[in-house]
Every structure is written in C-alpha cells, then in structure tokens.
Design a protein around this ligand. Sequence first.
Ligand code: LFR
Length: 472
Amino acid sequence: MEYCLAVDIGASSGRVMLGNLEDRKMKLKEIHRFANNLIEKNGHFCWDITRLFNEIKTGIKKCNQLGVKPVSIGIDTWAVDFVLLDEHDELLTDAVSYRDPRTDGMMEEVEKIIMKERLYLETGIQFQKFNTIYQLYAIKKQQPEVLKKAKTFLMLPDYLHFLLTGKKANEYTNATSTQLLNAFTKKWDKEIINQLDLNIDMFQEIKMPKDKLGHLKPELVEEFGFDLEVILPATHDTASAVLAVPELDETIYISSGTWSLIGVENDFPICVTKALDYNFTNEGGMDYQFRFLKNIMGLWMIQEVHRNYEQKYSFAELVDLSRGTSNFSSIVNVDDQRFLKPENMIEEIQNYCRETNQQVPETPGEVAKCIFDSLVISYVQAIGEIEEIYEREFSTINVIGGGSQNELLNQLIADVTKKEVYAGPIEATAIGNLVVQLIALGEIQGIHEARSIIKQSFEVKKYVHHNERGGL
Ligand code: LFR
C-alpha cells in the first residue's frame, strides 16, 4: 500500500493531501492547508512563489509527525502562468499573475501577426487575454532584455517540480494552456513560436502525466528525512479535477472554484467556427483526451466580495443572506473583462447595474444573489452552446471542486436547467492528481478504473429541479 502526496494550489488556497488505496477505496487526508493570494511586486500582481514552495516543504515535513513515508509527490496549480530562468537557472521574472494588466492590448498585437482563425485551428485554445502567449508577448514588448536572457521557460508547477528535483520539463496538460502547443502533434508549435520571435530553445521537453520526473535533490532528502519521487500529475488543476468526475459519458461537468469551467470530455479537439465564435477551448488532458470547455468568471467574484467586506461575512453567511432577497433580480454579465481584477468587486457590480438601468444591489445578500443568479445564467448559456455544437442534449450536470459545496447554487442550476445535478467530489483536483500517481505506480490500472474507485470512495449529492420554482 503506497502513500502519495498531492499538492493542489488554487488561487485562494493550497493544500498538501496524503492519499492511498485501502480495500480498493481511496483515502484522502489533508495534512497541510495554506492561504494563497495575489501580492503586488515590482508594479505587478504576482504569486508569492517562494512562500508557496516553503508551504509545500512544511506539508511534506508533516508526514514525519504522522509516521508516514509517502513514495511520490505531484503538484498542480492553475494554468497559463510561468517563470523564466537565466543561464544559471536563477529567476529572471516574478511569478506574475494572469490577472495582471500587463497583457492589455496584447491579444490585438498578436492578432496582427497570426490570424485568430489560424491560431485556433492549430492550438484549439480559447482566446483569453491572459493566455501565456500574450503574457510572453507582453514581456517581449515591455522588457525585451529579459526575454533575450531567458534560457528556460517553466510553468509554475514545472518550476515547483524543478525546485524539488533539479529536473526541467514542461508538463503537457499545462503546456496546452499556453496557446503555443499544437493540438494535433501535441508538441510546441515551432511555426507560431518563430512567428512571434520567441526563443524556441527556452521551451522544454513536453512530458506527460504519469511520467516520472526524478527524485528529490539530496539536500531536500536530508531536510525531510526521506526521499520522494516526483510523478507528474495533470499539472493543470482543471485537468486533474476533470479526471475525478465519476461518470463522464452523459454528463456536462462544471469544475467549480475560482473559475467555473463548464464543458465535456472528448477524444479530439473541436475547432469548428461555432466553437471559435463561442470561445470554447480544447485543453489537453490525460491520455490525450481533450476538455472542450468554457471559462466562466466563477466564485472569484464572491471571493472578492468576501474580501471587500473585510471578511465580515463568511461564505456560508453570504449564501444565507442571499436567500433572504428573493425579490432582487439584477443580473451582470459575469464574463465581462471588467470583473477580472476590478479595484473593488462590490462597486464594479453596483456600477454595472447602474449603467444597465437595473436595481443596484446594496446589501451583502443582494450582492451575493446578483452573483449567484448571474453565474447560473452564464452556465445556462454555455450549456446551450455546447448542446448546439454537439447537436444533442445532455441529461446531467456534475459539479466538482470546492464550489460543489454551495447547495444554493447546485439547486439553482438544477431548477433553471431542469437537469439532474450531481455535486462532488469536493476535493476533485487533489483526487485527480493522486490517481495519476497511483496509476503510474501500478496500483490502479487506468483512468477507467480510477473513476470507478472515485465513485465508490467519495460522496456525490444529487439535486433534482423543483417544478414549482423552475427559474430565477
Ligand atoms: C482554474 C484555472 C483555469 C484556467 C485559469 C487560469 O483554476 O486553471 O482552468 O483557465 O485557472 O489559469
């Protein structure tokens, strides 16, 4: 019975989870949890990557107190963000966040060089102004000397794995989110990279989930008192999360966290015009599956509101307060870029309502209701687009991730879509991360078996629509 460590870092918190199989059921124990947030550094919004690495080390050391020696570790985070290293493998850049405005206008600049349609046909990736391609182009325009010195490009989980092992690689699922990987060859798209005059040599070999990257550096083995092998999970958190959807055949998933990722799984990328028009992406997954999905602004909005109210109300209280405002019905377009990183989310929502001649939310309950209702409207629209492209209806929706604990939202989704909603597992991302390590270790035979083990191991709640309500 092997123990593995899954490190899952999201935009608002990270956790180190210890996992193993017992009687063909998966056991999961959170051994360390830490906060994550944006910090302002050198004029940019950044992630505190040094602190995050120290938190990972703290988590690993906790195994000693528990008397457990795991054999492997894998790290996942959000996508698109990266660091550049110089010839001495020192950081040339901060870990700038995708919410930083440095990419403003970059999508338009890149479009002058590569036609949108072509970029989509080659990469299958949606157009988001924060994609790696636009972040790299921003560096090229704003700090050309940095790009000239860059010898290594690593996405954030790649960099954290490098700090553990000293080994460099670009993991496939995360690399697809750069919009620089060819969806068909599954390799770096040299033509696109050359056309943008980016140094092709800084990109590393693409490695797949399940590949073994290497063992810990000797100094870390000494510090922890035991060795670990880095087994690459799907390092893009959404790729890991979707692996943990218990049954995918008939269902639309919503990976619900800071973002809501809504879509279906496929054997091939879908790059038809409609998919481009609706801005759906085809992100790479385990075993070369594709996640055809759409990014919806997600719980980020309520997380920011929670922060703006100076944590005076818990998330559960905001949900409860929203229940008492049934007459309030203003809606915002959650996908409007103004909500990506506004100075103050409450004021941004209020201004939107004012500008669109709707009732302005004043109380915390009204603000929360406006967010939840608006999210559900956006889900319904995305589901309609998926069904239109697939020319079929899906009967169920599986909500996974931290957001699947929001019962109000789950019920609302069921009421409005009239589909059955299954909620859970909550720790989908860590579970998906772990199963890949367990597959690599030969403890699970493949993703099909993994999904059936997950189904037997974790609670999934069912929501059916209330006919009498049926709508917002
Ligand atoms: C979710 C996620 C999304 C990605 C966004 C930015 O955590 O990874 O999949 O589009 O963050 O990286």
